[in-house]
Design a protein around this ligand. Structure first.
Ligand code: DX5
Ligand code: ZN
Length: 216
């Protein structure tokens, strides 16, 4: 079964708790987009918000760090209740150390690659992570269009997992909707992040079902 991770970036922040409750029963993870205005040209939320939403849901909080020097903030996100913390390869010169730092805090570590970053850049770390996140937009904003050329990286990650018996989940983030979801799952994705395709719709249950219908 394909997992769904609604991205709260497209939710109404004035009533974030209700927004999360609205998707809670139909989702598998809650995806939390953290941006610092340096690594990406936007600023969003920090550990305080993760801490505030932690009691709202029993779902794993899937925290996507789009920040420079993530190692300075990882302990605060772990303390706030993150279950998965993913860092960008492009932001981590000492990737093994950062992944190990996350694991040492009893949080599942993930690694993320931008659309222009090849899988080869993260091959040395694939045996150490629980999640690989393939960006299908350039990170920074919700509501952008899906970059189809990134799909071959999902296939590659799927093949590498089989070949080496790795056990990471393959997650896709950016421009995922009813149509592109199918392409991602056919390529081997396990988890789909969707922001605007869920939170910009009035009926969130229906929005999630229209993404998962026809998927395996
Ligand atoms: C983009 C974020 C995404 C974003 C996806 O930088 O990492 O998680 O919320 O939004 P949609 O699904 O609207 O492309
Ligand atoms: Zn994200």
């Amino acid at each position: 079964m394909t997992k769904i991770a609604p991205s709260i970036l497209s939710a109404d922040f004035a009533k974030l708790g209700d927004e999360i409750k609205d998707v809670d029963s139909y989702a598998d993870y809650i995806h939390v987009d953290v941006m610092d205005g340096h690594f990406v040209p936007n600023i969003t939320i920090g550990p305080l918000i993760v801490d505030a939403i932690r009691p709202i849901t029993n779902l794993p909080l899937d925290v996507h760090l789009m920040i420079e020097n993530p190692e300075n903030y990882i302990p605060a996100f772990a303390k706030a209740g993150a279950n998965i913390i993913s860092v960008h390869q492009e932001a981590c010169p000492h990737l093994h150390r950062t992944i190990q730092q996350i694991r040492d805090l009893n949080v599942k570590p993930g690694v993320v690659i931008n659309p222009a970053t090849p899988v080869q850049q993260i091959e040395p770390i694939l045996g150490d992570v629980d999640l690989v996140l393939v960006m299908t937009v350039n990170p920074g904003f919700g509501g952008q269009s899906f970059i189809e050329s990134a799909v071959s990286k999902i296939e590659r990650l799927h093949d590498l997992r089989e070949k080496h018996h790795y056990d990471y989940e393959i997650e896709v983030d950016g421009g995922v909707n009813q149509e592109t979801a199918r392409i991602c799952v056919d390529a081997g994705a396990d988890v789909l992040v969707a922001g605007s395709a869920i939170f910009k719709q009035q009926n969130r249950k229906q929005a999630i079902q229209s993404i998962t219908n026809h998927l395996v």
